[in-house]
Design a protein around this ligand. Structure first.
Ligand SMILES: C[S@@+](CC[C@H](N)C(=O)[O-])C[C@H]1O[C@@H](n2cnc3c(N)ncnc32)[C@H](O)[C@@H]1O
Length: 298
């Protein structure tokens, strides 16, 4: 996609295969080699859309099993309570799900109305086919939420809180700190990004889980590659500690049983919000550590 115009660009299958082989991902190269093209070798856009929707539909099942909506709400409920008290205004507040895919999280929050009617729910994704399907599913259930195709940080309206699930590991090198800086530079008050916990068990756990629960070869392969690419606690805390944001990692390595850790969030709040958030979370706040927790390693 052209990130400025939003237009879809033709993608040559041979180029994708070449890039995947260069990066050592032979399995992914074989999967792409099985996709249909036109006579010029350009990937059939409809086949690509169908494939991505099918993989994300299986991914949604995983989100349901891992109770991603409930986990997010567990932190977002107290966070929005703190924001209401801190701003002293009735709202509306705006939650933006960055890289929403089929919009499971946004649709779950809309269906449960768990955050209250003063929180506007928006899912944003660069992929038009996923956004179209998210919108179709939301309309079918008459849900009060919106989906937008584009870059989450180029929206005309800014978010109060940014969230995401399974997106952080896509940002590599300097792009990860850039991702957090864009949120710090916006009027947003906080963010909460869930991603795979980088434990030694994560790749094997992902293999077992995706093998058992997913049918699509791309989904199965991507699950394991994503676990291998999961960011360490140090990398996340270092990247999220940008000026104007207090970075807090929930359930860092060593504090929880690695057999039970799948996804965990990096949270960022404007510094004055940290103390009231800790008070609202009570005992749970002890699970949340700042960069000083890693003294000597970052
Ligand atoms: C692995 S998918 C995760 C989908 C969804 N969150 C889920 O858990 O099922 C990552 C998505 O992030 C989207 N994405 C990455 N950067 C983005 C950005 N800056 N704005 C909007 N979408 C973005 C990609 O298009 C992709 O669909």
């Amino acid at each position: 996609m052209d990130t400025h115009s939003g237009h879809r660009l033709p993608v040559r299958r041979a180029e994708v295969i070449h890039q995947l082989r260069e990066s050592g991902d032979e399995r992914a190269a074989r999967i792409v080699a099985g996709l249909p093209t036109d006579q010029d070798g350009v990937l059939d856009p409809h086949a690509v859309d169908r494939l991505l929707i099918s993989v994300h539909t299986e991914l949604q099942r995983l989100s349901e099993e891992l109770r991603v909506g409930e986990r997010l709400l567990y932190l977002l409920g107290p966070l929005f309570a703190v924001l209401r008290a801190a701003t002293g205004r009735p709202g509306p507040y705006r939650l933006v799900d960055v890289g929403c895919g089929l919009g499971y999280v946004v649709r779950w929050l809309a269906a449960t109305n768990a955050l209250g009617t003063d929180v506007e729910l928006i899912g944003v994704d660069l992929d038009a086919a996923l956004v179209g399907e998210a919108d179709r599913l939301a309309r079918a259930e008459g849900l009060n939420c919106r989906f937008v195709c584009g870059n989450a940080f180029d929206l005309p309206e800014s978010a109060t809180v940014y969230v995401s699930t399974g997106v952080l590991h896509h940002f590599r090198g300097p792009a990860l700190a850039e991702f957090f800086r864009a949120q710090a530079a916006s009027p947003a008050q906080a963010f909460c990004h869930f991603d795979i916990a980088a434990t030694r068990l994560a790749p094997i756990g992902a293999w077992v889980f995706h093998r058992a629960r997913m049918r699509n070869p791309l989904g199965r392969h991507d699950g394991v590659v994503s676990a291998q690419r999961a960011h360490s606690d140090e990398t996340l805390l270092r990247a999220a500690a940008v000026p104007g944001i207090r970075a807090l990692l929930y359930e860092p390595r060593g504090t929880v049983n690695p057999f039970c850790t799948t996804l965990r969030p990096i949270i960022g709040v404007r510094p004055p919000l940290e103390a009231p958030l800790r008070r609202t979370l009570g005992q749970e706040a002890r699970r949340m550590v700042g960069p000083e927790h890693l003294t000597g390693t970052i």
